[in-house]
Design a protein around this ligand. Structure first.
Ligand SMILES: [Zn+2]
Length: 109
């Protein structure tokens, strides 16, 4: 892997592109309820530090999933292109949902 360890922190999130051209934002989160990890199909327990993966779709729209940190690092991150670190403040759910209201060609970079 590159200079990234694949794990978002309090200060930094990660942003990459899926093969379909959707943005995938990886954000550190603390589970407020029990979630289902798409990587291993196991549970993310309440209180667990984990990785929220928010997709902002190329054609518009956004949706998110809750992953174990290790599952996101081992399964998801290797599939993403153009991965870069972004300040966590730029990746709040509200901002990303707003970003998803526009198709990718009409978004600010
Ligand atoms: Zn998992």
């Amino acid at each position: 892997m590159s200079e990234f360890d694949g794990l978002p922190s309090v200060r930094w999130s990660l942003r990459g592109l899926t093969e379909e051209g959707d943005e995938a934002w990886l954000i550190r989160g603390i589970a407020r309820k029990r979630y289902h990890c798409p990587g291993c199909h196991g549970d993310v327990e309440i209180g667990d530090e984990h990785t929220v993966v928010q997709y902002v779709r190329r054609l518009g729209g956004s949706d998110h999933h809750h992953w174990h940190r290790r599952c996101a690092e081992e399964i998801l991150v290797p599939e993403l292109g153009r991965l870069r670190r972004v300040p966590a403040g730029d990746s709040s759910q509200t901002k990303l949902e707003r970003r998803g209201r526009y198709p990718s060609g009409r978004r600010r970079r």
